[in-house]
Ligand binder design. Structure first.
Ligand SMILES: Cc1cc2nc3c(=O)[nH]c(=O)nc-3n(C[C@H](O)[C@H](O)[C@H](O)COP(=O)(O)O)c2cc1C
Length: 199
């Protein structure tokens, strides 16, 4: 099988199953009025270190993007297997102003460097300030209804229970990541490879 990407030859476009697993940015943002939004984004990744920069991308201009545009800050909480069901509940399309925290029975914890809170039960969170919001274009130069948000990480929360020998215990925190369809991957173990010298 080898096809034109605009005409997938499988019943369900496998794009998101191929670019997998994708980390989940569980984004909290506040509107100018102080309304809170919490929603998961798997079009999410780290794209730079020093400065540490993350991005997430929204299909349609959802509340997370609208709120970040209004107030310039957001947090990304770390999604774990233990929080998977609640994370999924926060993707419900609630009316603007209704809190996904309440809807999913999640507690908020205050951030230190930005106003939006983080998910209290999550082992780690990044506190971010907005760098830019860019509407994406296709190959013909036409605007498409996708918005990419870039933010610089200005604060990092880690639950001390997940710091082992001075390192964040990624596998111990048991992250989940998004695959295609309704599938997720779960990280329970890591392996290490030392990079070649001089790299
Ligand atoms: C695991 C997961 C990952 C998601 N990733 C994205 C994404 O990358 N981009 C997107 O636009 N929507 C994504 N969604 C859907 C949004 O979370 C959902 O549309 C949003 O929370 C709706 O709420 P709002 O209308 O209040 O913004 C994802 C949903 C789940 C469960």
């Amino acid at each position: 099988m080898h096809y034109d990407a605009s005409q997938p030859e499988l019943a369900h476009d496998p794009f998101k199953a191929i670019v997998a697993p994708r980390p989940i940015g569980w984004i909290t943002a506040l509107s100018a009025k102080g309304e809170v939004n919490l929603s998961p984004y798997s079009f999410f990744n780290a794209i730079s270190s020093r400065p540490n920069i993350v991005m997430f991308s929204s299909e349609q201009k959802k509340d997370a993007v609208a709120f970040v545009e209004e107030t310039g800050e957001f947090t990304c909480s770390f999604a774990t297997k233990a929080l998977a069901q609640q994370m999924n509940q926060t993707s419900a399309p609630l009316p603007r102003g209704a809190s996904e925290y309440e809807h999913a029975g999640l507690e908020m914890a205050p951030s230190k460097f930005v106003k939006p809170p983080r998910v209290a039960a999550s082992p780690a969170a990044l506190e971010c300030k907005l760098l830019s919001i860019q509407q994406l274009k296709d190959l013909d130069g036409n605007d498409v209804p996708r918005w990419m948000v870039l933010g610089q990480v200005v604060g990092v929360f880690i639950d001390d229970r997940y710091i082992v020998d001075g390192r964040f215990d990624t596998a111990g925190a048991n992250p989940i990541a998004r695959c295609g369809y309704a599938d997720y991957a779960e990280v329970t173990s890591l392996f290490s490879i030392i990079r070649p010298p001089g790299g």
